[in-house]
Structures are given as structure tokens and as C-alpha cells.
Design a protein. Structure first.
Length: 568
């Protein structure tokens, strides 16, 4: 019992995670903000939530559990959801795991909260045994355990929802309802609730995008989860005008304009965290289609160590982003995680002694301590103009969202040659192609050779579900071609935990080129991509496929997933 009376600050100090000055600063900030010490410590970057949870587990002599190792899974046969209501579980971040005789084992984010434990005793009538887990893991586990209820069905009256097998309502032609009628319907309680719960369900299921699509006799609603689109039960088709109008009102778009594409955005608070949404609406032949991009900083880790790098690639990347000047390019198609890698790099080198600036289209995540600028081409604020302005702002590090033209490329190269570290992205299929792309758009080869520090290509691959992955063998031709060991690997199967996909979460695979003198000499001669690829392979570069297959051998992903993302 003595251990349970320790305060969190004392535990973190004893475990060496914080020093006394950090604890004093957290306590001062607590008086001003009213937040818990744990939240303040995490927000200010003094310690990571997982490290705090592990320290608490050690000091309190209780188990630490996580989704990653498959330990944070409630028993489904014991009707635990009847003991601990979902509303209580979500409000207090409590997950029932199992019961035995008159004792109930629960996972808590804060095992020092004796009031929650006492309330659990009263609600359940059981003695409480507790384990610890992170808030993010408990939230995800609660959603999986209590089930992704059809939130859309809860949002509207049953007459509003398309029932299985029922005849769909006839498409309402544009212009039948007046603008005043559409706006009025958009402000009705069922439509407001429908949009709110649509957003909640998407965030709970880790969706990156929501697609609302009109067709002749129905609406399609789809979530993009781990890069794949999944259909969910849609509302009735006659709700489309009010649904789209509600989204447009939130995004500060022109409600009356239905002939032209529009872009906007808004911020909502879901489960105590702010979620930014970027919204695009385009007219189709059956009405307006809306796509909502969900930017949930709380679900993304801007830590380089958690992005899937191999040890060598991570060491090479860290060594370059800590240099005082030079040019670093990250390449890959849209949706390959380039922005996350850039943000993680800036987060790694963030220092009050450095002036770090970025120009983006648009700013996706706000990073404290980073000066971020949105491009605004309509008023002349392009990447090139922003870069010119930055060079008069005494920068140390410049992040350019994307190099699209010769002007931006030349300013980036010259900035890197005049004592600035520049990080940016290019749309190429692999790392060596970045050199030929720069030369093709007009940058002199000798300037490219002098400025480049590192090139990196990346892709996102889905991780195998830890609950249902099944043993598999590596095909003989792949073993021979890539000189892989003959060992057991895994393939996807599918279960409730992973929505029958066989995958849960994503990681990245990389192709990293650390530029050496031999490569500089070759780049200055304007080589072909195949020549560059040969030289970089001889220098030890591991291709995207090789890095992906390493993750297959480690049991992280499957051969099918790697081969669907990259090829040689």
C-alpha cells in the first residue's frame, strides 16, 4: 500500500525520467492550466506516455499491457460490458479485462486515481485488480471491445436510414429544394447529430479520410483505414443535400455554389483532443461529393524511432538532419508518409537555439516552436516567394513542403549552399530518380552534386494483425532472388479485431542514399537513373523491396503487402 501513495512526480524522479527542475516546472504549469502532471509532462516533451506507464507499473508492481503485444484484450465470454458501462469506460479510460470469483481485472490509464477505483467497486460489486496501459491503447481497445456500433443508425430516425433490402428513395434533382430549405435542413438536429457521430466513428476507427459520395439512388459513405477504403452503413439518399450543406457550413464554404469545387476546413474536439479536418467538395452528375481528410495529431507519433527505419538508415538520416547545411529530399507518391517523416525530423532537431521555418501546402500539423507558413498562390505567396522571404528571416533550418518547379528547386539548392539545412519532398518512385528529376526541371547538375546530403524514398505498408496472422512460407523464387533466409513468416487472415482485413496499423519501408564523393562526381556528369541506381546499390543502399522483405522476415508485414506497394 505504501507504493500506491507515491505521487507521479516522485515516481518519475525516482525512475530517472525527470529531474527536479522539470518537476518544478510541471507543477508551476499545473497551477496555471489545471491539467494533470502526467499530461503536462507529455505535452512539454519531458517524457513519453509509454515510459511513464512503464515507470508506474514498476513502482506499483503491476503489469503493463499494450495492444502491440496482444495483452490488452478483454474476455468476450464473461459479459464484462454489463459490469462496466461503455460511457464510464470512455469517460475514465477504464477497460475491463477479466473476472475471477469476486475480483475484476481492469486496465487503467491512471492507476493512482483512487476515486475511479472506488467508483468501479461500487458499480460492479467486485474487488478491483488493476493493470496499466497508455491512454491511446485503452481508447482503441474500448472501441474494439464495445464494438463500432452503427453510429449513423443512432444519429437519425429509422425512417432516415436505408434498410437492407428496402427500396431506395428516388434521387432528388438539384434545384428542387430552395437554398433556404437546404440550409434549414442542415441545421436540423438529426443532420447535426449525423455529422457529429460520423466524425466520432471515423476518429475511433483511425480513419484518415471520410468519403461521402452521391449516386443515382443512394449515398455511399466510406472510411479510409490503413490506406484502404471501407464502406459503412449509409443514411438515406434524400439527406444528401442537408448532409453536404452541414459540412460546407462547418468548413465556411459558399452554400449556394454547387457548380464549382470548393475547399475548406474546420476543427472539432473528439475524446478530449482537437482534430483538424481538411474538406474538399466537388460537383458530380448526381450531386456534390465531399472528402474530409482527418488530421489527428494525437494518433500520429512524430518520433523518428517509431517510423520503421532500420538501424543503419535511421543513423544515416539522423546524421544528416543534424548537419548545419545541405539539402535532403524525401520522395514517394501521395500518401506515402513523407510529411510525417518531415515533421518527425523537425521535431527531432527542434531547439530554442535554432530558427526553424516551414512553408507548406497546406500546414497539416501545428508543431510548437516551428514557424509554419501556408502557401497562398492566389495572392502570390508561392513556395518560391515564401523561400525568398525566409532567407531574409535568418533561418537555420527550412522545410519546403514540395519542390514543384525550377524556381523553387533553384532557391532550395542555393539556400543549402549558403549555410542552411533544407528539407523537402519530390514525387518520384525511388530515391535515385530524385537526381534526374531535379536535372530534368532545369537545375544544373553541378549545383545538385554540391548540395545534396541524402535522398530517401518511402512507402507505407500495412502491419499484420497480431491476433490472427498465420504462418506462411517465403516463395522459393523470392528467397533466391533476394538471398533471404528460409524461415517461417506470416500472412494475413482476418478477424474482428482487424475488421476481417488481416492487418492493423501501418509502418514505413525506406530506401536511403547517403551521398558520398563518388556519387557527387557522377551526379555532376548528369547520369541516367539506372547509372545512379547501380552506383548506390554498390555503395550499400537497400532498396524499398529489400527493406520491406526484412520486415516480412521480422513478422511485421506480409510478402503480399510489400509486393503490392513496390516492385523491381
Amino acid at each position: 500500500m505504501r507504493k500506491s501513495k507515491l505521487r507521479l512526480g516522485e515516481i518519475l524522479l525516482k525512475e530517472g525520467l525527470l529531474n527536479q527542475s522539470q518537476i518544478d516546472e510541471a507543477l508551476r504549469f499545473q497551477k496555471l492550466s489545471g491539467k494533470t502532471i502526467g499530461d503536462i509532462v507529455i505535452d512539454r516533451g519531458f517524457a513519453k506516455e509509454k515510459d511513464i506507464a512503464n515507470a508506474l507499473a514498476k513502482q506499483l508492481d503491476i503489469p503493463f499491457m499494450s495492444l502491440a503485444d496482444g495483452s490488452l484484450v478483454p474476455s468476450k465470454e464473461e459479459e464484462l460490458e454489463k459490469l462496466v458501462p461503455e460511457s464510464f469506460a470512455r469517460q475514465h479510460l477504464v477497460l475491463p479485462l477479466s473476472k475471477h470469483l469476486k475480483s475484476l481485472t481492469v486496465a487503467l490509464a491512471n492507476p493512482l486515481d483512487l476515486l475511479v477505483i472506488d467508483n468501479l467497486k461500487k458499480i460492479t460489486g467486485f474487488e478491483i485488480n488493476h493493470v496499466i496501459a497508455t491512454k491511446a491503447d485503452i481508447r482503441d481497445a474500448i472501441t474494439k471491445f464495445y464494438g463500432s456500433k452503427d453510429l449513423l443508425d443512432e444519429a437519425v430516425d429509422s425512417s432516415y436510414v436505408v434498410e437492407e433490402g428496402a427500396e431506395a428513395p428516388v434521387f432528388i434533382e438539384e434545384g428542387k429544394d430552395s437554398l433556404e430549405d437546404v440550409v434549414a435542413k442542415a441545421e436540423e438536429a438529426p443532420v447535426i447529430k449525423l455529422v457529429n457521430l460520423l466524425l466520432i466513428q471515423a476518429v475511433r476507427e483511425r480513419a484518415s479520410d471520410i468519403h461521402i459520395e452521391p449516386f443515382r439512388n443512394k449515398i455511399n459513405v466510406r472510411f479510409r483505414i490503413d490506406g484502404m477504403l471501407h464502406r459503412i452503413a449509409p443514411p438515406s439518399q434524400h439527406l444528401l443535400p442537408a448532409l453536404i450543406s452541414r459540412v460546407k457550413i462547418l468548413s465556411k464554404m459558399d452554400i449556394a455554389e454547387k457548380r464549382l469545387p470548393q475547399d475548406g476546413g474546420f476543427t472539432v474536439k473528439v475524446e478530449d483532443r482537437a482534430i483538424d479536418l481538411r474538406v474538399s467538395v466537388v460537383p458530380t452528375i448526381f450531386g456534390e461529393k465531399a472528402v474530409l481528410r482527418i488530421l489527428d495529431k494525437g494518433s500520429i507519433s512524430f518520433e523518428l524511432d517509431k517510423l520503421g527505419f532500420s538501424k543503419k538508415d535511421l543513423d544515416d538520416f539522423k546524421s544528416c538532419i543534424t548537419k548545419p547545411y545541405g539539402l535532403i529530399f524525401i520522395t514517394g507518391p501521395t500518401g506515402s508518409g513523407k510529411s510525417t517523416t518531415l515533421y518527425s525530423a523537425l521535431n527531432f532537431i527542434l531547439d530554442p537555439k535554432k530558427n526553424i521555418v516551414s512553408i507548406e501546402d497546406p500546414v497539416e500539423y501545428q508543431i510548437p516552436g516551428l514557424n509554419q507558413v501556408n502557401v497562398k498562390p492566389k495572392i502570390g505567396l508561392t513556395f518560391a516567394e515564401g523561400l525568398r522571404a525566409f532567407l531574409r528571416q535568418d533561418p537555420d533550418v527550412i522545410m519546403v513542403g514540395e519542390v514543384r518547379d525550377l524556381e523553387t528547386a533553384e532557391i532550395s539548392v542555393r539556400a543549402s549552399l549558403t549555410g542552411h539545412l533544407v528539407l523537402s519532398t519530390l514525387h518520384t518512385n525511388d530515391a535515385p530518380s530524385a537526381i534526374t528529376r531535379l536535372v530534368d526541371i532545369g537545375v544544373e547538375p553541378y549545383l545538385v552534386a554540391s548540395s545534396i546530403l541524402l535522398l530517401m524514398a518511402q512507402r507505407l505498408v500495412r502491419k499484420l494483425c497480431p491476433k490472427c496472422k498465420t504462418p506462411a512460407e517465403i516463395p522459393a523464387d523470392i528467397i533466391k532472388r533476394y538471398n533471404l533466409p528460409r524461415k517461417q513468416v506470416y500472412k494475413a487472415k482476418g478477424c474482428e479485431f482487424c475488421r476481417q482485413t488481416g492487418y492493423a496499423g501501418r509502418t514505413s519501408i525506406h530506401e536511403v542514399i547517403l551521398i558520398n564523393q563518388e556519387m557527387r562526381n557522377l551526379i555532376a556528369k548528369s547520369p541516367t537513373t539506372s547509372q545512379l541506381r547501380e552506383v548506390t546499390k554498390n555503395a550499400g543502399m537497400r532498396t524499398l523491396v529489400q527493406d520491406g522483405l526484412d520486415k516480412v522476415v521480422e513478422g511485421v508485414t506480409s510478402i503480399e503487402e510489400v509486393m503490392s506497394c513496390v516492385f523491381e
